[in-house]
Write a protein of this length. Sequence first.
Length: 418
Amino acid sequence: MTELNIALTAVGGTVIVLGLLSQPLKRTVFAVPLLALLIGVLLGPQMLGLLHPHQWGDQRIILEQASRLTLCIGLMGVALRLPPNYFRLHWRSMAVLLVLGIPLMFLSTGLLAYLLLGLPLGTAMLVGAVVSPTDPIVATSIVTGNVAEKNLPERIRNMLSAESGANDGLAYPVVLLPVLLLTRPAHEAWLHWLGRIVLWEVGGAVLLGILLGLSAGYLLRWAETKKTIEQVSFLSITLALSLLTLGSTKLMGTDGILAVFTAGISFDHVVGGGERAKEESVQEAVNQFFTVPIFILFGLMLPWEQWNELGCGGPVLALSVLLLRRLPVMFMLKPLVPQLKDRRDVLFAGWFGPMGVAALFYAMMVLQRTGCEAAWTVGSLLVCSSLVAHGMTAAPFSRLYRRFGEDKLPVTNDYKEN
C-alpha cells in the first residue's frame, strides 16, 4: 500500500509540475517522455529503491496493458489533430511511407541486430519488427507546442503525426510474421498470416474502426440536433470512443490499436469544424496524463543487468539504429513523398522517427507469445536510446530547421497533394 501511494504521488506531482512548466520545457532539451523516464529510473530499484515493480505481479502483463491503453489514448489525439480528409488528400504519400517504410525499417534494424549482436536471424528479425513503428506518443512531444509550430512547416508536422499514428497498427502484421515463422511450419505460418492476420485482424480493424467512429460522430450530431445532450464534452466522448473501440474490436479478434486510429479519423470527419480546437485541447490534456505514467513505469522496469550482458555491442547497435534505421529509408523514398521537398526535410523526418510506447507494447506481446527475451532486452535498449536522443534534440533541431531553411514561416499546405 505504501508503494501505491508513492506511485500516485510521483505520477500526480510529475503531471502537475510538467503541466505548469510545459512551455519552458518545450524550449529545452528535456522532453516530457524523457523526464518521466528519468523519474522512473530515480524511483526504481537501481537508485532510490522506493518502487519495486517486480513485487506488483507479472511485469510483462502490466507493461503490455499499460502501453496498450496509452497507445489507445494517444492515437485518438493524433487522429483528432490532423487536418480534415488528410489521408484522402495524401493517400499516395502515406501509402509509400507505410507500405515501404515499415518493412524497410524492420529489415534494416533486424540486419543490424544480426550483424552487431550475433543474434540468430529469426530473433534479430523479431527485434527489427518490434521497433519498426514510429511512436505517436513521443512524436507528439516533437511536433506540437510553440517551438514546433514556430519552426516547422505544417506539412512536416502533419506527415510525422499521420505516419506515426497509422504505422502503430499496421506494424502488427509485420511483428506477427516472424512470430508465426518461428512458432509454426512455414506453409501454415504464411497461410495464417495472410488469411487471419492481414485480411481479418488488420482489414477488419479498419472497417470496424470506421463504423464505430462514424456512428459516434453521427450520434453526437443527432443528439445536438434533438437537444438530448445538455453539454457536449469532447473529453468524455473521445475518451469513451477510444476505450469502446479498443475493447470491442479486441473482443472480435482484430487489431484494436489500428481500429482506434481509424475510429478517431472517422469521428473527426463527421464532427470536425468549429469543435476542432476543443477536441485538441482536451485530448492533449488527457495525453499528458497518460504519457507520464507509462514512461515512469518503463524507467522502473529497465533491464540493466540484461543490457550489461550485451557488452559493447549494445551501445554500438543503439547508435547504428538511430542513424541507419530511418534516415536511409527517407532518402530512398523522397522522390515518392511530395511533403519531403528538400534535403532539410529528409534529414529532419529521417532523424525524428522515434521508438517508444508502440515498441514496448510489441516487445511485450512478442515476449508473451515466443518467450524471446531479446525482444524485450534489445527493444527496451533501443527505445531508451531513442527517448534520450530524440527528446534532447527535438527543440534544438527544430530551430536549426528554420535557421537553415529558405522558408521563414511555417508552410501550411496540407489540403492538396503536390
